[in-house]
Design a protein around this ligand. Structure first.
Ligand code: A3P
Length: 323
């Protein structure tokens, strides 16, 4: 995989270095503006991988795609979807032997942008539905995902919590020699739309609009609603994915078991140690896991908060999203 990463990086380097780019505080290497969104060029999540996936990734009609911006609840929706789809595949149909009890959700559900680097595909032909995740904006998805009308689940989160979560995440991964990003720097870049895969508002709007046009194949979820009523969301999601819970399962408490298995507390405990295959420590994906953390963590001034509210109001005008 490492060798392929370097190969693909070199293969696409001429193409992406010709794009408008900026060196900003979030990352060591430049962000590139491609199809109206800002892509990182760090090898781990490089624009080269996204371009490659557009060129070669082949969807199957019954695939499931989990789309989100970084820090919007990707790990959580991966866990929930994996648990729903695979709930009968475990020994004696018992969730107590489930893969999520000893693996990170990122090990269970690959990103398309990483799948294209693998020499051996994650899924064998007999494995279906395949579940993939992606941070790609809707209009830049590999064409076959759109052409086949694959099911897409989009997870969206309040911009202020995304900003605070991103601020902590980037600082945790940062080389000590670089010093920390300040919240002011993070805030200014976020407002300008300069975040990995941002602008935040355009990414959300792209999937939101598509979900209105394709109601049966694109499900638009929010982290906040998922938090407030996880069990109902799990049931709706199972229905959307074509594998609704039977009455028997509901009586047996399978929905509640999945909610508990995928809870922040449980996943944080399981992921205290070790790294995911791309080298990131498992624990970095689990910080506070709460709605409105921007309030409790006290990072944003009231002026910053008002500015973000104002931008969101303008950009989401006419859209029915409540956080
Ligand atoms: P915080 O930094 O606010 O705690 P992503 O998976 O897209 O990178 O998003 C990470 C955010 O989701 C982090 O938010 C993380 O704590 C939170 N998170 C991870 N697993 C979760 C879970 N099972 N339930 C709720 N939130 C979760």
């Amino acid at each position: 995989e490492k060798a392929n990463t370097a190969l693909i990086f070199d293969m696409y380097k001429d193409r992406f270095t010709a794009l408008p780019n900026q060196k900003v505080a979030w990352l060591t290497k430049n962000l590139y503006l491609y199809q109206n969104h800002w892509y990182p060029s760090e090898t781990l999540f490089s624009i080269a991988n996204y371009m490659r996936s557009q060129d070669i990734f082949q969807a199957n009609p019954d695939d499931i795609y989990l789309a989100s911006l970084p820090k919007s609840g990707t790990t959580w929706i991966k866990a929930i979807t994996f648990a729903i789809v695979n709930r009968t595949k475990y020994k004696n149909h018992s969730l107590s032997t489930h893969m999520l009890l000893n693996s990170n959700p990122h090990d269970c559900v690959p990103f398309i942008e990483h799948e294209i680097l693998r020499t051996k595909p994650t899924y064998m032909p007999e494995n279906h539905p395949r579940i993939f995740a992606t941070h790609t904006p809707y209009t830049s998805l590999p064409q076959s995902v759109i052409d086949y009308g694959c099911r897409i689940v989009y997870m969206c989160r309040n911009p202020k919590d995304v900003l605070v979560s991103l601020f902590h995440f980037m600082n945790k991964l940062r080389d000590d020699s670089l010093g920390l990003i300040t919240i002011e720097e993070g805030f200014n870049l976020f407002c300008k739309g300069v975040t990995p895969l941002g602008p935040y508002w355009d990414h959300v709007r792209g999937y939101y609009k598509a979900s209105l046009e394709h109601t049966t194949r694109i499900l638009f979820l929010t982290y906040e609603n998922m938090s407030a009523n996880t069990a109902n969301n799990v049931k709706n999601l199972a229905e959307f994915l074509g594998c609704p819970f039977t009455e028997e399962e509901e009586v047996a408490g399978v929905v509640e078991e999945i909610v508990k298995m995928c809870s922040f507390e449980n996943l944080r405990e399981v992921n205290k140690h070790g790294n995911i295959p791309n080298g990131l420590p498992k624990h970095v994906f689990f910080r506070e896991g709460r709605v409105g953390d921007w309030i409790w963590s006290n990072h944003l001034t009231s002026e910053m908060s008002q500015t973000l509210d104002q931008i969101t109001k303008e950009k989401f005008h006419g859209m029915d999203i409540s956080f």
